[in-house]
Design a binder for this molecule. Structure first.
Ligand SMILES: NC(=O)c1ccc[n+]([C@@H]2O[C@H](COP(=O)([O-])OP(=O)(O)OC[C@H]3O[C@@H](n4cnc5c(N)ncnc54)[C@H](OP(=O)(O)O)[C@@H]3O)[C@@H](O)[C@H]2O)c1
Length: 266
């Protein structure tokens, strides 16, 4: 039997790498995408030798307007259909909206909003035609709770991904294509090193609030297999998501405003 093919964006680190390892362990072949080719090649070698799967390295900068089409072109050239799409690549952009250059905000939107939609748009039709597909959009708990000042577009982009996932989930519900928004909270990865917030975040959040990337990816995979539109991994994150629905919005906003300085830079 031919193995399923999974495309993982942001596979060079953190949650994306954990997804790649999980899907390889499930017997899938991989297309590994990100910008750091050395990391992707090392991961591909490891997956081939330890798990016997095929792993193709497909470098792409998804913050560029032509990034997604370049990635889809590499997948087409490989001559295989993608069965599983993990839209994961992302980073945070610290600072106030007005003090952040528009080019940087545009790149963020392109990477974390436009590219995931474009990749889903490019790959889902063939999935639906074949009657099988899995799409995980890695969003965030930040997309489910009230916004805070600073990193201003981040939560908004993640909310977009959550709504997009819910709607696409319904649109494709009779097609065999499952769509899930995965909404992690604080997760050990390179995310807070890349955006320079490690020291502040570590000081501002207790250890019990954190999860490792592996259980986050596993929860996302189980949720999309079960065809659940939204997955919040971990009891702490689930409690926070539930609390933000139960508490009146104005009070939730006040709480977030008073706590925001712990993990947001304005
Ligand atoms: N860590 C958390 O606390 C947390 C919480 C909630 C949600 N999330 C979400 O989880 C996802 C994964 O983040 P992570 O925590 O695993 O962070 P990470 O360890 O920093 O990994 C981010 C990945 O995205 C890739 N990436 C960044 N910019 C890219 C670009 N322009 N083009 C292509 N790929 C790019 C990086 O690869 P290259 O640098 O090699 O390109 C890397 O593989 C993100 O969408 C993030 O918003 C994270």
């Amino acid at each position: 039997m031919t193995r399923k093919l999974a495309l993982v964006t942001g596979a060079s680190a953190g949650i994306g790498e954990a997804f790649a390892r999980r899907l390889a362990a499930e017997g899938c072949d991989l297309v590994l995408s990100a910008r750091r080719v050395d990391r992707l090649e090392a991961l591909a070698r490891d997956l081939r030798s330890t798990l016997g799967v095929d792993a193709l390295v497909a470098p792409a900068d998804l913050s560029r307007a032509d990034g997604s089409q370049a990635l889809l072109g590499q997948v087409r050239a490989a001559g295989r259909a993608v069965d599983i799409l993990i839209n994961n690549a992302g980073y945070g952009l610290p600072g106030a909206f007005l003090n952040t250059a528009w080019a940087d905000q545009q790149a963020l939107l392109q990477l974390m909003a436009v590219s995931p939609c474009e990749l889903a748009h490019g790959l889902a039709p063939a999935m639906a035609e074949r009657g099988y597909g899995r799409i995980v959009n890695v969003a965030s708990l930040a997309g489910l709770v009230p916004g805070v000042a600073g990193h201003t577009l981040y939560a908004a982009i993640k909310s977009l991904l959550i709504k997009f996932s819910e709607s696409l989930h319904l649109e494709l519900r009779r097609s065999g294509v499952h769509v899930t928004a995965l909404c992690p909270g604080f997760t050990y990865s390179e995310f807070h090193d890349v955006n320079g917030m490690r020291a502040r975040i570590t000081a501002g959040t207790p250890r019990w609030a954190w999860m490792r990337a592996e259980p986050v990816a596993l929860a996302g995979w189980r949720a999309v297999e079960a065809n659940r539109p939204i997955c919040v991994p971990g009891l702490v994150n689930q409690a926070l998501a539930a609390a933000s629905r139960l508490v009146p919005e104005t009070l939730a906003m006040q709480i977030m405003a008073s706590q925001g300085h712990r993990y947001r830079e304005v």
